[in-house]
Write a protein that binds this ligand. Structure first.
Ligand code: ADP
Length: 495
């Protein structure tokens, strides 16, 4: 038996403690599966306002209380607390870096008033990274692997490889850096660099300097031992053009030999139509008669009439450009001329919120819209819809299409990133198809895919066969967790 590994999993959001998107789902699920495989994996994240001591049974760690952390000419106090991420099979230790002034705010990254990042996001995440290092040093815990995620933890890579290059604790530690979305890079003015305490050589074009600014994600890419992204297709797309690499495509290309895509899994305990606590009727691929009850409940929730012959198209998303909202806006009226109903849950850019609310007001029998974030409703939409629309401009992995497949709700997607890797077009491949796929990011192509889906819905027998195929696909974490552990071991063999 190979020796179990020690892994520190560093993430800025983790379900159930704090979530803005897919990163939180991944961080809440992958470590648990790796723990079940016998490894000592621990998570560290900031303690935001949503992380309630009482609810999550969080306790202080005496020797990690009030650690002074210097950021420029300011000194902040960092206290690290502890709790566990638990499921029925296992327990993962979670450390929370706490400083109320920095983290206890109404949103994780964005100031709701300005809709821009908090002006001190650089301080907040430099503080986080420095606290992570202090924590390990004080605990004397030696990780074989430090697994970083996105820009918020990226500068830990140069910190460990330069400032702590001689620290015995990290002597054999390898760093894996996972990109969940290359669009969010953590770019700050050049004077942020001083606050990191990194040596000057890191502030060069071969380091984290980026058009005169500092770029945290770039720092992670330059100094990590290995880079992963969350699907095979996305790992190629980010090397290809600015549309996906957002200015870092050159570096992704340069690092291509140290870069791979590992498809995210989904949490099959939380997203399971057979015992989902958020839906009124349970169902399975053997018997999906319960699905119609969920459809009725969903339509009732949105005060829309039920008609067996009319398919419901669900959307659950951040309402941002990335998710293809402009395509939907351009063809919504045409879609509504088809025999279908549309339900949307999301929040984000004001113009899209308004556009959808106006459509719901105008089409009272056909469109339901809820602006906000609602976990329970997201489950009901997955269970109660017949189709799920995700016309993303780019999609590193995407989780909602996997949830949809598992709930027998056929996805309509654009062929990008993880959507291309998980959805097979039913018209092109009637024997294997599990959804509807269009290639070019153009409104007529979206409309064509929706038309094909609505038409296919009329053919009950083939539709149900496709539902069954969709529900049979295995998107559990086990497969991907194996790949991560394989990667960790491969890196540790290298000197
Ligand atoms: P991204 O990470 O880009 O937002 P993903 O599809 O990878 O996209 O993950 C989105 C996750 O967030 C899913 O679990 C989805 O159900 C959830 N989600 C997004 N918007 C909402 C919302 N308004 N209410 C509830 N859940 C949401």
């Amino acid at each position: 038996m190979p020796k179990p590994l020690s892994i520190l999993y560093v993430s800025s959001e983790v379900v159930p403690f704090a979530k803005t998107g897919g990163l939180a789902d991944v961080s809440g699920a992958l470590p648990q599966v790796i723990r079940e495989m016998g490894h000592d994996i621990r998570i560290i994240m900031p303690k935001y306002a949503t992380v309630s001591d009482r609810k999550f049974k969080i306790h202080d760690i005496k020797r990690l209380t009030d650690m002074p952390i210097e950021i420029g000419d300011k000194t902040y106090l960092s206290s690290v607390k502890s709790s566990f991420l638990t499921n029925i099979r296992t327990k993962v230790q979670v450390y929370f870096v706490s400083n109320d002034d920095l983290y206890c705010r109404s949103d994780l990254y964005i100031d709701p008033k300005t809709k821009e990042g908090w002006p001190d996001n650089d301080d907040r995440f430099i503080f986080f990274c420095k606290s992570v290092i202090e924590t390990m040093l004080l605990l004397g815990w030696k990780p074989d692997i430090i697994h970083l995620n996105d820009w918020q933890s990226a500068i830990l890579a140069p910190m460990i490889k330069t400032m702590y290059a001689k620290e015995p604790l990290f002597k054999n530690t390898k760093i894996v850096f996972t990109i969940h979305n290359a669009a969010y890079q953590g770019i700050f003015p050049a004077d942020t660099f001083e606050k990191t305490d990194l040596p000057q050589k890191v502030m060069t074009p071969d380091g984290m300097e980026y058009h005169g600014n500092v770029n945290f994600m770039k720092a992670g890419l330059q100094y990590a031992d290995y880079i992963t992204t969350v699907s095979k297709t996305y790992s190629k797309e980010i090397q290809e053009s600015n549309d996906f690499g957002f200015g870092l495509e050159g570096i992704f290309k340069k690092k291509s030999r140290k870069l791979t895509g590992i498809l995210n899994g989904m949490d099959t305990d939380v997203w399971n139509p057979e015992d989902d606590e958020h839906i009124p009727a349970h169902y399975s691929k053997k018997d999906f008669s319960g699905k119609v009850e969920n459809k009725k409940a969903l339509l009732e929730r949105f005060k829309l009439p039920y008609d067996e012959k009319v398919p419901v198209i669900g959307i659950v998303t951040r309402l941002v450009d990335q998710k293809g909202l402009d395509l939907i806006e351009k063809r919504l009226d045409n879609m509504l001329k088809l025999k279908c109903q549309i339900v949307v849950l999301g929040s984000g850019q004001k113009e899209y919120e308004k556009m959808l609310q106006a459509a719901a007001k105008k089409n009272k029998k056909q469109v339901g819209v809820e602006i906000g974030f609602d976990e329970a409703l997201a489950h009901l939409i997955e269970a109660g819809s017949d189709m799920f629309l995700m016309p993303s401009k780019y999609e590193p992995c995407g989780l909602n299409q996997m949830y949809s497949l598992r709930y027998g709700t056929l996805p309509i997607v654009r062929a990008t990133g993880g959507l291309a890797d998980t959805v097979i077009d039913l018209n092109e491949n009637p024997k294997k198809g599990n959804g509807f796929v269009f290639d070019e990011y153009k409104a007529p192509k979206l409309l064509d895919a929706v038309k094909r889906a609505v038409k296919a819905y009329g053919d009950r027998e083939n539709w149900e066969a496709a539902m069954k195929r969709a529900m049979s696909a295995d998107f559990s974490w086990n497969r991907s967790a194996d790949k991560y552990v394989e990667l960790y071991r491969k890196l540790l063999k290298k000197k």
